[in-house]
Design a binder for this molecule. Structure first.
Ligand SMILES: Nc1ncnc2c1ncn2[C@@H]1O[C@H](COP(=O)(O)OP(=O)(O)OP(=O)(O)O)[C@@H](O)[C@H]1O
Length: 819
């Protein structure tokens, strides 16, 4: 029987009931509030864009969001917020465009929070909103704002960007309601993380939408979108919004609302932004930059250059010259931790100069930037707008300076004027311009790393100009290359014949305009690949001494070793992951070692050379040992004999039999069927036998692969030694063998007496010291010979490729018997 409840129990029960009622009541209140908010948002959206409403409190948003906004001191709405929020809060798809620094971030973050709030999203509902940004820094910044204004909500939010441990992210991913991410890492998780489910997604936001939807992210974005439910709200924001129907169709937007707030404005840049451009010859740009910095030491400025290598070169050298202002640099090749550190440091600084690539051009909200200096011309007006938009944000003032070469100025200024960008021409006072070329020359001489960096900066700049689409602005042929190289402190302009070659190739693409943008991009990428190969060729040529004067000789001598080291690095790290433009995906060039022993065939091809297989028997296991593949071409009969002798010497006499295929096997006693069956189940025995043999073969295979790897390594080392010897030889005024390609018409340059018949014969000539005064033409000849070999022509002369002794040593080492 149940015990009669005591007075105390009754009281407790009553309290419990009233608490439940209260909760119910609260819940129904909340339901009412949520419904009301939704209703008001719809009404607001249907009555069109707001004009009179100025404060966030006048919006139909939750108390939690309001409190978050208040705590972050956001009280009045900006224009884009006033106009976009009613639609976004009514869960409509929105395409928002407004000037840089006009507050677009809140225009999409508030609807994200409110959308989930109104759906009563809990942590059990999984991922409700995705915010995608093109760069890690921007994603970090958005995440920070989200945390600030969303602090009174109970949603979980995560930041998923590259450069962090994937496994750690995987663990927390399934628990997140809101994710701020970059496209690459998001897709990686979609592919790899089992518990990552986007099927419930309510809101998708693309910040800097035009960038995220452009060619660079196209494949990734298509794959991401394929993983998202079609039923969702999509918000796209950018200062330069995409209107491409194709792009938008990819996102399957539903009757999107286009909110462009500053389109009717006279100018497309913030009103408090003063913009100037200065025409400067390419070789004077660094002088002007340095002088500008010297005269603005109390400012905070961002300086844009067109490649990471330029950023590094200018940063490294200016740190030495010291313009009198703290210097920082930011580019895509830096480690994530470093990037974050620099980003945060620059945020806090009041006087500093940040050298950067376009990685920092979009969305970043550094406080109180006084100047944005664009040393290299932006690729188009949109890029200009985003870069210059790093200053004059919200209601602050700022200034922009753009340096244009005389070739770029007329067309670029016209383009900017056409986009309603008010920009004035100014000129530098000639008596205030200081020259830095001498100091740079000194640094290049002192430090080969700086020289190397300078060379790479030179090449990447020229290449970036060459790759620009707008040829009315960018004309690579008009660049004063020698003077430019000199202004960087380099002893001479690195060879850039690839430009002409690729340009010639490009001629066949004159039907360019008939192509779809995608196809055109494909062709452009092809050219990039071609140029990358050519760039590898430049490194190759850079490795050769090109001395003309006494100073040049010193340069070359001092830096020779380093360049060779660098070359080795290129060969060793063929997939060095640089900026897209700069990446040397594969160093498939071969720096001629003077012996001509190598053509530029890839390593895979080398493995397919005809081989001599030597079979021996391992005395311990009684099993055949496959001696590593030994290229027959490299072995004389005498060497082969030696190898065989060594094998025989190392092999104890063991009786072997040969199977049907002629392979040696250890002998074994044949068993009769009965005793065989006694050993166990036949099938199991067969399986075990097969398994045993499989693992033996696998073991052998591993050994073979290791030996092949060793062989490749040996080859590289041998080549490097020869190359160094060649260089040393040059240093001492020695001579170097120059090889001739069999089908090279230019070869006449080497040997004027060559007849056609002779041209088919191997010819070895001696080249005088690279430092002789008349060595110039011969240097270029050497370059040519390298180029030819890179084009896949077969070098016929090989008798100095490797001495007999070298080859023997190598073979013995391959067999594990050499020292
Ligand atoms: N309502 C507001 N009241 C006060 N400050 C605001 C408001 N909205 C945004 N801001 C401030 O304005 C600055 C620029 O905002 P935000 O970064 O969102 O601009 P944006 O339009 O996204 O710029 P970009 O086009 O460069 O990405 C930020 O510092 C932000 O804190």
């Amino acid at each position: 029987m149940p015990k009669p409840s005591s007075k105390k129990d009754k009281q407790k029960k009553a309290e419990f009931v009233s608490a439940t009622d209260k909760r119910k009541l609260r819940r129904s209140d909340e339901t009412k509030v949520i419904e009301e908010l939704g209703q008001r948002a719809l009404e607001l959206a249907s009555s069109g864009p707001l004009t009179g409403v100025k404060l966030f409190t006048e919006l139909p948003i939750s108390e939690s969001t309001l409190k978050g906004l208040e705590r972050s001191h956001f009280v009045e709405m900006t224009e884009i917020q006033q106009k976009a929020l009613p639609y976004a809060l009514a869960r409509r798809d929105v395409l928002g465009a407004a000037k840089t620094g006009s507050g677009k971030t809140l225009a999409f973050l508030i609807p994200v929070l409110e959308g989930l709030y109104r759906s009563r999203w809990t942590r059990f509902d999984g991922l409700g909103a995705l915010v995608i940004s093109p760069t890690r820094e921007l994603a970090m910044q958005i995440f920070e704002v989200l945390c600030k204004i969303g602090r009174y909500h109970k949603f979980s939010a995560g930041l998923i960007i590259g450069g962090k441990k994937v496994d750690e992210e995987k663990e927390i991913l399934g628990k997140m309601n809101i994710l701020v991410c970059t496209p690459g890492r998001l897709l990686q998780h979609m592919d790899e993380t089992a518990g990552f489910d986007c099927n419930n997604l309510q809101v998708l936001v693309l910040d800097e939408a035009d960038r995220i939807l452009d060619m660079g992210f196209k494949k990734t974005m298509n794959a991401i979108i394929a993983n998202l439910p079609r039923q969702r709200q999509t918000l796209l924001f950018s200062a330069t919004q995409t209107k491409s129907v194709k792009d938008l169709a990819r996102l399957s937007l539903e009757r999107p609302e286009y909110v462009g707030v500053h389109e009717m404005d006279k100018f497309s840049t913030p009103s408090k932004l003063s913009q100037y451009y200065m025409v400067a010859e390419l070789p004077q740009k660094l002088d002007i930059l340095f002088s500008f910095m010297k005269t603005h030491v109390k400012s905070k400025m961002i300086i844009f250059l067109s490649s990471g290598k330029q950023v590094r070169f200018v940063y490294e050298t200016f740190c030495k010259i010291q313009p009198g202002i703290p210097l920082l640099h930011l580019h895509g090749k830096q480690k994530q931790m470093r990037r974050v550190e620099i980003f945060e440091r620059f945020m806090k600084m009041t006087k500093a100069a940040l050298f950067c690539t376009d990685i920092a051009s979009r969305g970043l909200d550094f406080p109180a930037v006084d100047w944005v200096v664009q040393v290299d011309c932006p690729e188009d007006c949109d890029t200009y707008l985003h870069r210059v938009g790093r200053t004059a944000r919200y209601d602050a003032a700022g200034k922009g300076l753009l340096l244009l070469t005389p070739g770029e100025a007329p067309a670029m200024s016209k383009l900017l004027a056409g986009k309603n960008i008010p920009i004035k021409e100014i000129s530098a006072k000639s008596n205030k311009v200081m020259t830095v070329a001498k100091q740079l020359q000194h640094f290049c001489f002192q430090d080969p790393e700086i020289k190397y960096l300078g060379q790479r900066a030179f090449v990447t700049y020229v290449r970036s100009v060459f790759l620009q689409k707008n040829k009315s602005v960018f004309d690579v042929d008009s660049l004063p290359l020698d003077e430019f190289a000199e202004s960087l402190g380099l002893p001479g302009a690195p060879k850039i014949k690839f430009v002409k070659k690729a340009a010639a190739k490009n001629k066949s693409y004159e039907f360019d305009n008939l192509l779809e943008p995608e196809e055109r991009e494909g062709l452009r990428l092809e050219n990039v690949a071609e140029i990358e190969r050519e760039n590898a060729a430049i490194d190759d040529a850079e490795g050769l001494p090109q001395a003309k004067t006494r100073v040049d000789k010193m340069f070359a001598r001092k830096n020779a070793g380093v360049l060779t080291d660098h070359y080795q690095r290129l060969v060793d790290h063929v997939s060095d992951n640089d900026d897209d433009f700069i990446t040397l995906k594969r160093a498939d060039h071969a720096l001629s070692d003077g012996s001509g022993s190598e053509d530029d065939s890839s390593e895979e091809e080398e493995e397919e050379e005809p081989v001599v297989k030597v079979i021996a028997v391992n005395p311990d296991t009684g099993l055949p040992v496959v001696i590593p593949n030994i290229p027959s071409q490299e072995m004389s009969k005498r060497q082969l004999r030696k190898v065989k002798e060594k094998i025989i010497k190392n092999t104890r006499n063991t009786k072997v039999v040969f199977d049907d295929d002629g392979n040696a096997r250890s002998t074994y006693e044949l068993m009769d069927e009965e005793s065989f069956r006694k050993q166990g189940d036949v099938n199991t025995l067969v399986d075990e036998f097969q398994q045993r043999n499989r693992s033996i073969m696998e073991e052998i295979d591993v050994g073979d692969r290791e030996v092949a790897r060793q062989k490749r390594k040996e080859k590289r080392v041998a080549k490097k030694i020869r190359e160094r010897e060649e260089m040393d030889g040059n240093d001492e005024g020695g001579s170097v063998a120059v090889l001739k390609t069999s089908d090279d018409e230019d070869e006449v340059m080497y040997s004027s007496s060559d007849s056609d018949d002779e041209a088919a014969q191997p010819v070895v000539q001696k080249r005088a010291s690279a430092y002789d005064d008349d060595s110039e033409s011969e240097d270029s000849d050497v370059d040519r010979s390298h180029k030819k070999s890179r084009r896949g022509r077969v070098l016929e002369v090989d008798d100095s490729a490797m001495s007999l002794e070298d080859q023997e040593k190598l073979a013995l080492r391959l067999l594990g018997g050499g020292d």
